[in-house]
Design a protein around this ligand. Structure first.
Ligand SMILES: *Cc1c(COP(=O)(O)O)cnc(C)c1O
Ligand SMILES: [Zn+2]
Length: 415
């Protein structure tokens, strides 16, 4: 039995899963490249069935999954760590901070969750080729999952993407198409590519199962948190699909009778790539003009999922903040030094947001705040090295050692 139907988030129209593939056939007509998607579909599950079958003591997450397990690719996903960090909380003056470390997914980012489900769907449909546009992580993730599944990945990516991400795509054997342009250019080109040559398009929010895939991070948080929703989840935001996915997780949990209150979602964006933030604050959508930030994974002019992302924040009574590149890089260092978690700059934006939430008095004293670390710091070592200085090398001699002691004494570090 098929456990869900697609529902259009604009007109409410319902569709059997194999009658539609990407956007609502009606509302999607209004979409032109260069604007946020219209007619994004959401998977609507049979919550009565979940209520009957789900056991808290032994959760069967396939009840919440839009693709049957027999189609899942042989790509080893596992729950990522979820732990309280008293030191990080202290550093930011927020009492109860938890880190969900999705940088520890197999390809180093949360994108694995979406790639896994879309490739499962490709296997179900018998599609050999999966196509995507990406700032970098979606592509490196899709390349990895396709390698495991014996499928072909065709990837449109800005040629300026960090080296480690490009290396991943190439080593996993993807067909990499560097674009001499922006992520938004790559998005448009990849849509044209599938329209002309076929294959399954994995573009974020365009394929509805990207939202469903990213949803699993919210389900996991619920389980790791003892079957409770936290008060607040801070989400670094580019296209707004993680935000919508986390929200969908808690909506599904609520509708299945497993939680009563939705966590407030915080949209964290870079100051100079803030289209969704501005939309939330003003109520009017405008593109981010010439987005530019060290946080490459959240650098986007026209966020594909702007409408649903805004709705997720409003419906959850959350809020939105922006942070500067300096704050992002400083938060990356604080997180690394205080908690042992190395995050890429986009993920560090969520950490930097803690200071904004504290200063804006947007948190209650007893709020349990979860920071979503979405990508690993090794993804972009050049960015990480911007804020630190490598000490000069010493000669391998006794004199060299003496200089070490002097150096540490100068810094006031006890021996
Ligand atoms: C993709 C990505 C994001 C943003 O996700 P959206 O769904 O585009 O908002 C944040 N952090 C990292 C590391 C990412 O790869
Ligand atoms: Zn519609």
């Amino acid at each position: 039995m098929v456990p869900f139907v697609y529902r259009c988030t604009v007109c409410g129209g319902r569709f059997e899963r194999d009658r539609v593939r990407y956007l609502c056939p009606e509302c999607g007509k209004a979409y032109h490249p260069g604007m946020p998607l219209s007619g994004v579909l959401t998977a609507e599950f049979d919550h009565e069935r979940i209520r009957r079958k789900f056991r808290r003591a032994k959760p069967d997450w396939n009840l919440f999954c839009a693709v049957e397990p027999e189609f899942h690719p042989p790509y080893a996903m596992a729950p990522t760590p979820f732990a309280r960090s008293a030191a990080l909380g202290e550093a930011f003056g927020v009492p109860d901070v938890w880190i969900k470390n999705d940088g520890l997914n197999p390809s180093g980012s949360l994108k694995d969750r979406a790639s896994f489900l879309v490739v499962a769907e490709a296997i179900r449909l018998g599609e050999r080729t999966i196509v995507t546009a990406s700032t970098g992580n979606a592509a490196s993730s899709l390349a990895a999952v396709c390698a495991a599944a014996g499928r072909r990945a065709v990837i449109f990516v800005p040629k300026s993407a960090p080296k480690a991400k490009l290396a991943q795509m190439l080593l996993h054997g993807a067909q990499v198409v560097p674009v001499d342009g922006t992520y938004d250019d790559a998005f448009r080109l990849s849509l044209d590519y599938t329209a002309r040559y076929g294959g399954l398009n994995r573009n974020t929010a365009y394929h509805p199962l990207t939202i469903e895939g990213k949803k699993t991070v919210g389900l996991e948080i619920w389980q790791q948190n003892g079957g409770r929703a936290p008060s607040v989840v801070v989400v670094p935001t580019g296209d707004g699909v993680i935000l919508a996915g986390v929200h969908k997780a808690f909506l599904d949990l609520r509708d299945a009778g497993l939680i009563e209150r939705l966590p407030r979602l915080v949209c964290a964006q870079a100051e100079r790539s803030s289209a969704i933030h501005d939309y939330i604050v003003t109520g009017h959508y405008r593109d981010a003009v010439s987005p530019s930030t060290v946080a490459d994974s959240i650098s986007v002019s026209v966020p594909s999922n702007a409408h649903l992302a805004r709705a997720a924040v409003l419906q959850s009574h959350g809020c939105s903040v922006t942070v500067s590149d300096e704050e992002i890089l400083a938060a990356q260092r604080t997180l690394a030094a205080a908690s042992g978690v190395f995050a890429e700059p986009a993920a560090a934006a969520a950490v930097a947001a803690l200071a904004r939430l504290r200063d804006g008095r947007l948190l209650a004293a007893d709020d349990q705040v979860v920071v979503l670390v979405t990508g690993h710091g090794l993804k972009d070592v050049d960015a990480a090295l911007r804020g630190v200085e490598m000490p000069a090398a010493i000669p391998p001699t006794a004199r060299g050692l003496d200089s070490v002691a002097e150096r540490l004494a100068e810094k006031g570090v006890p021996a």
